[in-house]
Design a protein around this ligand. Structure first.
Ligand code: ARG
Length: 569
């Protein structure tokens, strides 16, 4: 509806000037235009309350006099109601502006060149190695990838970085545990789960014998000093972790442009620490080096441990500088749970104090924490649901339904995976990002209502109609003859602005909700209006054009939220 809003804003600009000698920019008028909650009132509405004070006039009066002087072939009606001017879009305009736009731009419809020549770095997924993916990782992985796809769609060059948590005391713990209780063949066979067993065992034993923690710290220190044996073991842990991550990323259809994790920055910190020293930012606190942030109402940012080894924030600082130098980004986005909000606020501040004037280009995108039974997730205590297990159950459930409803479906295995994994992803992205989630397997696997399977099924329905119709219709058709047709076109018209809104708010749920809105409008149209069996050839052709446009836009929208689009389900 962006074009419609723009045209309307231009006319409003003239009317406001003509009637009231008021000057307004097009941008502010576009911004002010609303979608009325009840569509029978109008497709967009202009609230006049903002002028009441200056004009000393009641808003309904202002609305009435504006409506009186406005007209145009784009509208079927322009009417004042209360303090609003309501505009109804004309079917002919809708058809021309929307259907033609989708038909000519195809899968580029809704995209733009807004970000041309600019780079966005996105840091997401970034698991701590030696631990399998669990539901807590789903958010960063799919939100991050979705934001990457959205930015690409509007023309940015994007660099997806998996900032692996592959460096820290936990690696020291793994090394100690493996040497004490590990068995190579066993770990090879069990993968990440085998490594977790060792990790859990370490913590149990360390309860009884706290000196194990000192040993772990010492082993990590040796790793930082490039001890060859520790490095070899660490690399092997990494390989084991990777094998498992790759399976999950493949199921999700996600790839990264860089896997430079925390270890990569182990030799890049000194230069930054030097700058902090020169600027007088570092303070000693019980042997550790910190940056005092009390002036900014934050606890101190820890830079170096007592034994001189690096910490999570210092590695993030080195990574940000490296990325700025390497990619000269316009924006660097970090997607993590809101539990890390303070961490990011702290080191963003340290970068600013170090004099990096680009520190305001760093953006933390937090999402709500996930809990199970009201308890925090913890690999250590086993309060987790593994992602591979969740995907397996979803795929199994989809397979059962398919065996019952469509046993001869070709390519059944791949389809069941696309729908099963898609169900979990959609279920997650449909919620507002920041909302905390108390996870239950029942709701994750519920396929009723506004779900991934519903959306994918609607897409497959459009494919099947188009397939039965043969080639894409070339005749222009009758134009709109039913209200349900117009309703679909109106939803299609909203796609470009929903893309921009999703980017502006870093909010994939805007797209997920749009997908449902489009599916609902299409299914209503499908029930009310015969398509293939329409008697009039022109009506049939026009309805096929609508179906084809929905097919195109639904595919784009689903791909933007990491969903696959099987043509047959
Ligand atoms: N590895 C961290 C974790 O699992 C997330 C890393 C996020 N990215 C960053 N640059 N700090 O919690």
């Amino acid at each position: 509806m962006q074009n419609f809003k723009k045209i309307t804003a231009e006319k409003l600009q003239n009317a406001l000037k003509e009637v009231y000698q008021l000057e307004n920019s097009i941008e502010e008028l576009v911004e002010a235009l609303e979608y009325p909650p009840d569509e029978t009132m109008g497709d967009v509405a202009f609230p006049c309350f903002r002028y009441a004070k200056a004009l000393r006039m009641a808003p309904p009066k202002i609305a009435a006099s504006l409506a009186e002087v406005m007209s145009g072939e784009e509208y079927t009606s322009i009417a004042a109601a209360g303090g609003y001017v309501n505009f109804k879009i004309s079917p002919a305009y809708l058809e021309k502006s929307v259907l033609t736009a989708v038909e000519t731009q195809k899968e580029r419809y809704g995209s733009s060149e807004m970000g041309k020549g600019k780079t966005v770095v996105l840091d997401y997924s970034s698991p701590n190695t030696s631990k399998p993916f669990h539901i807590g990782h789903l958010g960063t992985t799919v939100i991050g990838h979705c934001l990457k796809l959205l930015h690409q769609f509007v023309g940015y060059d994007c660099v997806g970085v998996n900032h692996l948590g592959d460096w820290g005391t936990q690696n020291g713990k793994q090394i100690v545990a493996f040497r004490k209780w590990g068995n190579k063949e066993y770990v090879e066979e069990k993968g990440c789960d085998g490594l977790v067993e060792l990790y859990v065992k370490f913590h149990e034993e360390a309860e009884k014998d706290p000196s194990l923690n000192d040993q772990a710290r010492a082993e990590f220190r040796k790793l930082e000093d490039h001890d060859p044996e520790n490095i070899a073991l660490w690399k092997w842990f990494l390989d084991i972790s990777f094998k498992e991550y790759e399976v999950t990323y493949k199921q999700l259809g996600i790839t990264f442009d860089s896997y430079k994790g925390e270890s990569f920055y182990s030799d890049k910190m000194d230069a930054q620490i030097q700058i902090m020293r020169e600027k007088g930012l570092l303070k000693l606190d019980d042997g550790a080096s910190i940056v005092d942030l009390s002036e900014y109402n934050m606890p101190p940012c820890l830079i170096l441990k007592k034994d001189g080894s690096s910490l999570y924030p210092s590695r993030d600082i080195a990574a940000a500088v490296y990325r700025k130098n390497t990619y000269d980004f316009e924006k660097c986005i970090y997607v993590t749970s809101s539990a890390q909000s303070l961490h990011f606020a702290q080191w963003f501040k340290v970068l600013e104090l170090m004099g990096y004037d680009w520190s305001d280009k760093l953006v933390h995108v937090p999402y709500g924490t996930v809990s199970i039974g009201g308890e925090k997730l913890a690999t250590r205590t086993g309060n987790v649901v593994l992602l591979k297990e969740l995907f397996r159950q979803a795929i199994e459930k989809v397979t059962e339904i398919m065996n019952e409803k469509n046993p001869d479906l070709p390519n059944k295995e791949a389809t069941a995976e696309a729908v099963g994994v898609g169900a979990i992803v959609f279920n997650y992205l449909y919620n507002s990002r920041i909302k905390d989630i108390n996870f239950t397997i029942e709701s994750a696997l519920s396929f009723d209502g506004s779900t991934g399977p519903y959306a994918q099924y609607t897409y497959a329905r459009t494919c099947s109609i188009l397939e039965k119709a043969g080639q894409t219709p070339t005749v222009s058709g009758t134009g709109i003859t039913a209200e349900e047709e117009a309703a679909v076109l109106k939803v299609l018209a909203k796609f470009p602005e929903r893309v921009l809104q999703a980017i502006e708010e870093s909010e994939p749920c805007v797209i997920a909700r749009y997908v449902i809105e489009l599916c609902t409008a299409f299914n209503r149209f499908y029930k009310a209006c015969p398509i293939l069996s329409a008697e009039d050839a022109d009506v049939r052709a026009f309805r096929l054009r609508i179906t084809s446009a929905v097919n195109t836009v639904l595919a784009s929208a689903l791909h933007l939220i990491c969903m696959k689009t099987p043509e047959k389900i």
